[in-house]
Design a binder for this molecule. Sequence first.
Ligand code: MN
Length: 156
Amino acid sequence: MKIFLITLAALLLPGTQSIAATQEAVTVSPAGSQPTTLGAPEYFTGTAKVDSRFKGSPPARISGGTVSFEAGARTAWHTHPLGQTLIVSSGTGWVQEWEKSAQPIKTGDVVWIPPGVKHWHGASATEPMVHIAVSESQDGKTVTWMEKVTDEQYPH
Ligand code: MN
């Protein structure tokens, strides 16, 4: 009976050894260890720098980075197949959905952009803005780029 109970316990309580064998190690990417990249001029107006990029390994689909927009800088119009979260870490800026009014954003604000919704985001005309951008990929894609935001469309 005792042996039976021990065997039962071994079956019901999963060992950690087999799980550990398939696990990856926790990774720290130190600040400044990745080069700053510039937002591509065909997809950004003005200067936007990307730092602290991150990407989960499959089956995770998450990726993103910290984007610093100079005053007046903004993305082109675009969509995300599985949506996007923005966390504003400093400054003031705008997010605008196609055919809707631009919404002001500031430090600490959290923005959710639903899948497939055409939009842009960027700094205000007079102040820089930094946000952390997080999205998930679908079929290897996180974004579909469209036309640039014109000076007439940009809030002023
Ligand atoms: Mn976006």
